[in-house]
Design a protein around this ligand. Structure first.
Ligand code: SME
Length: 168
């Protein structure tokens, strides 16, 4: 059983402390896909106090994202490829940092409280996108290049250490 400890207050410092512990968490149960994603959400939600932290996973047959482990309020269960910030991160294969979701033309509002968002693609070992990590917060401009850099490292740790189930 892993306990996550954190003493830093600066954002980058927090990530520096969290990442090795998250890597340990991921590697410890590399065969337990859902459990590990759930614990990753729990760690991020607890230590950063963001509004919503979760994964959407690719359903290849339906060409849509399906809600996966998350922490926070109820969220939409399906997102078509190219739709919303999540669907765009998938379709365009890029990290999306949205400082003000109200100004984003195709943001899908699961909660009106959400004001800013970051979405990162998650890859399998062949470099294909198998899901996205989506984080929302109730304040504007919560996420920047520091979050993008460290959360990219986290998603890459999932690629390297987690046995991701193949979806049709
Ligand atoms: N805002 C996302 C939808 C998912 S919720 O934020 C949890 C989007 O626009 O894709």
């Amino acid at each position: 059983m892993h306990e996550i400890h954190l003493s830093g207050t600066d954002k980058a410092e927090k990530y520096e402390q969290l990442l090795p512990q998250l890597r340990g968490l991921i590697a410890a149960d590399s065969d337990l896909f859902i459990a590990t994603l759930a614990n990753v959400c729990a760690v991020l939600k607890e230590h950063f106090a963001w509004f919503w932290v979760g994964f959407y996973w690719v359903d290849v047959a339906k060409n849509e994202l399906i809600l996966a482990p998350f922490q926070g309020p109820i969220a939409c269960t399906r997102i078509a490829k190219g739709r919303g910030v999540c669907g765009q991160a998938w379709a365009q294969n890029q990290i999306m940092v949205v400082p003000d979701v109200n100004a984003h033309p195709d943001h899908i509002a699961c909660s009106s409280l959400s004001q800013s968002e970051i979405v990162l693609p998650v890859y399998n070992k062949r470099g294909e996108i198998v899901g996205v990590l989506d984080i929302d917060h109730t304040e504007l401009a919560t996420f920047d290049e520091i979050d993008a850099r460290y959360l990219r490292e986290l998603c890459d740790a999932l690629t390297d250490n987690l046995n991701v189930p193949e979806m049709a």
